[in-house]
Design a protein around this ligand. Structure first.
Ligand code: NAP
Ligand code: GCO
Length: 261
């Protein structure tokens, strides 16, 4: 049920971090891996990493917010690799700025990458999934699909919208045997969260780091590898009747009021 042999998976923004770990897990389950990133440098870095891990991935330089570029990439994948069976909308950015100090163009940029782009890429792959008679779309959501916090207004709005886009793709294409689900990672140790884990000048842990440890029953940050099993599950036949769901992989954060200081 968890075998991905013969499947073609596109993971966006997968040169490193969460996307890379998910793609590596898909490869271990038998899938052919295709990924994109925003620069040649990142794609080359990713290709070298995949090769070092024994994975013959195909990489594309493609900005996921550019609809024409996405359509061109998907057409080339379908011609040279095969119809995309599994799409992971992973590419994302965050801008941590107090809302009243945030420029509208910064807000729009986060919405563009984290919400508009999953719409664009999903729209590009769905027609061939319909023709093929099946498809899996996995949107990388967030704790901020459910919760807010200071400085992440754009990111929370985008990730909340991504949860609802997930439910809408489920609603509109379930009859074509397309399952669209989300993964909501908790706080994961990647470059994106590195600023929240910086060791302080006095050698102490970052206050936010201490906060997350107190808020997580597992009392640790997650790793990208913690997301691999859930992603393989949602990409495989084991989840053919799971649709419109956001699977939170957060060590229990959403269930826990937090440890008393
Ligand atoms: P990340 O830095 O967010 O990785 C995202 C990747 O997407 C990077 O390679 C990034 O390139 C690329 N990217 C950004 N904009 C792009 C665009 N317009 N077109 C194509 N690629 C683009 O690190 P991450 O922590 O692995 O996050 C991956 C996903 O998980 C994101 O959607 C993030 O919001 C989500 N997430 C992360 C956490 C966490 O705690 N780390 C938790 C929940 C959800 P650059 O390096 O140039 O930016
Ligand atoms: C932040 C973090 C979070 C994580 C993740 C949590 O500044 O609060 O970056 O947003 O990236 O989305 O699920």
């Amino acid at each position: 049920m968890f075998d991905l042999t013969g499947k073609t998976a596109l993971v966006t923004g997968a040169s490193y971090g969460i996307g890379y770990a998910i793609a590596k897990g898909f490869a271990a389950a038998g899938a052919k891996i295709v990924f994109n990133d925003i620069s040649r440098e990142l794609v080359d870095k990713g290709l070298a990493s995949y090769k070092a891990d024994g994975i013959e991935a195909k990489g594309y330089v493609c900005d996921v917010t550019d609809e024409a570029a996405v359509e061109e990439m998907v057409a080339d994948i379908e011609k040279t690799v095969g119809v995309i069976d599994i799409l992971v909308n992973n590419a994302g950015i965050i801008k941590r700025i107090p809302m009243c100090e945030m420029r509208a163009e910064d807000f729009r940029k986060v919405i563009d990458v984290d919400l508009n782009a999953p719409f664009i890429v999903s729209k590009a792959v769905i027609p061939s999934m319909i023709k093929k008679g099946h498809g899996k779309i996995i949107n990388i959501c967030s704790m901020m699909s459910e919760l807010g916090r200071e400085t992440v207004s754009a990111y929370a709005a985008a990730k909340g919208g991504l949860k609802m886009l997930t439910r809408n793709i489920c609603s509109e294409f379930g009859e074509h045997n397309i399952q669209c689900n989300g993964i909501g990672p908790g706080y994961i140790a990647t470059p994106q969260t590195a600023p929240l884990r910086e060791i302080q000048p006095d050698g102490s842990r970052h206050p936010f780091d201490q906060f997350i440890i107190a808020k997580t029953p597992a009392a640790r940050w997650g790793t990208p590898e913690d997301l691999v099993g859930p992603a393989v599950f949602l990409a495989s036949d084991a989840s053919n009747f799971v649709n419109g769901h956001v699977l939170y992989v957060d060590g229990g954060i959403l269930a826990y009021i937090g440890k008393q200081p």
